[in-house]
Design a protein around this ligand. Structure first.
Ligand SMILES: NC(=O)c1ccc[n+]([C@@H]2O[C@H](COP(=O)([O-])OP(=O)(O)OC[C@H]3O[C@@H](n4cnc5c(N)ncnc54)[C@H](O)[C@@H]3O)[C@@H](O)[C@H]2O)c1
Length: 340
């Protein structure tokens, strides 16, 4: 059984813990690490509650202690963005496999250093992009490959969420730590889906604005990004943290010559709808929950480590997402269209 250390027991930790609890026969969360030991303790309690028993997991404040523990096979880094690179590189040097939450890092140089460190150490560096593994996204990809909507002619994605103010009280409100504002933190998920479903992005044009300075006085909370893809079609993303009660559900429409698909990936009841050219719309996936994407992500990580299946969310993809977001910031700042 693999022994995993969860490093960073904040907002996203419960989703990772719930997914690991479902994989208990293959891996155990043996260490919970957080500078704040109370958070580590709460995370451990949550894990034990889901398992229905104590499994002897330890809590520690020091990452060095995690790295020095020879029983730990892998680290799951759920940390502020500016720590991803150093923590991932240190893990690689200690011979631990790595699952690193998005964004891979704040700069391309850091992404490159992480990728090189993992390669040199011969460890897996899994870019933790849960949405890429989402079952609704997978099914949509199958339909597109089967030609059900003909040739893709464009994509339009909306992410309209009300970010809780409490989430942005610390590092998220500081661009030097978060790597930017809402684009680097949230829109990057949607860039990943657009690239995964629509092909590679080659040009970016962006505008950003701010409605809620309380989320970070120097950070954008809303952006509109236009894209040209390598196959010639266009795409558009509206991503905002200033809309109440739309839910965090990304709404993606893929338009094609023979119909379209709508993915409402995290919204119960309307996961995937197919609009064929000459027929009534069909709801293909009805029931769906955000947690399913984390369940798929963690299950895949363990498949990679235990069965050697190829990585479906590579660090190179994570790097490319960062490159697109950095290009969007350049475009927003200069008013220019940026080639990527
Ligand atoms: N996949 C998703 O949908 C999703 C959603 C939210 C967050 N995230 C990502 O998860 C990561 C963490 O975000 P979050 O919202 O959980 O942040 P958070 O601030 O809630 O949690 C981070 C935790 O790390 C701890 N920490 C900080 N420095 C540390 C250190 N040096 N050593 C050990 N612990 C330390 C903090 O005490 C905190 O508990 C980010 O990369 C974020 O982008 C992903």
């Amino acid at each position: 059984m693999l022994q995993i250390a969860l490093v960073g027991c904040g907002v996203i930790a419960p989703q990772h813990i719930a997914a690991f609890a479902k994989q208990y026969e293959r891996a155990t969360l043996s260490v919970f690490c957080d500078l704040d030991m109370e958070k580590a303790d709460r995370a451990r309690a949550h894990y034990e509650k889901l398992l229905g028993k104590s499994v002897g997991s330890r809590i520690v404040a020091s990452y060095e202690e995690v790295l020095a523990d020879s029983t730990v096979d892998a680290v799951d880094l759920c940390l502020p963005h500016h720590l991803h690179a150093e923590y991932a590189i240190a893990a690689a040097r200690a011979g631990k496999h790595i699952l690193c939450e998005k964004p891979l890092a704040n700069t391309l140089e850091d992404c490159d250093r992480m990728i090189a460190a993992a390669r040199e150490a011969g460890v897996v560096l899994f870019h933790g992009e849960n949405m890429r593994l989402d079952p609704v996204v997978n099914r949509a990809m199958e339909l597109i490959r089967e030609g059900r909507i003909g040739i893709v002619t464009g994509l339009q994605q909306t992410y309209a969420h009300w970010q809780p103010e409490a989430m942005n009280r610390g590092w998220r409100a500081r661009p030097e730590e978060a790597g930017g504002g809402q684009l680097m933190d949230a829109a990057i998920h949607h860039v990943d889906i657009l690239r995964h479903v629509g092909g590679e992005i080659v040009q970016v044009q962006a505008m950003t604005t701010q409605h809620r300075p309380e989320l970070g006085p120097e950070s954008e909370d809303t952006g509109v990004l236009n894209f040209r893809f390598d196959r010639g079609h266009l795409g558009q993303l509206f991503a905002g943290h200033a809309t109440r009660n739309r839910g965090g559900s990304p709404l993606l429409t893929v338009f094609g010559t023979e119909g379209s698909l709508t993915l409402e990936a995290f919204w119960p009841r309307r996961g995937l709808v197919w609009f064929p050219a000459n027929n009534e719309p069909q709801v293909l996936i009805e029931h769906h929950h955000w947690q399913e994407s984390f369940d798929a992500e963690i299950a895949h990580f363990l498949d990679v480590l235990l069965e050697g299946v190829p990585l479906r969310a590579t660090p190179e993809e994570g790097r490319r997402n960062v490159e697109i977001i950095l290009a969007a910031y350049t475009s927003a700042r200069t008013g220019r269209l940026v080639e990527v």
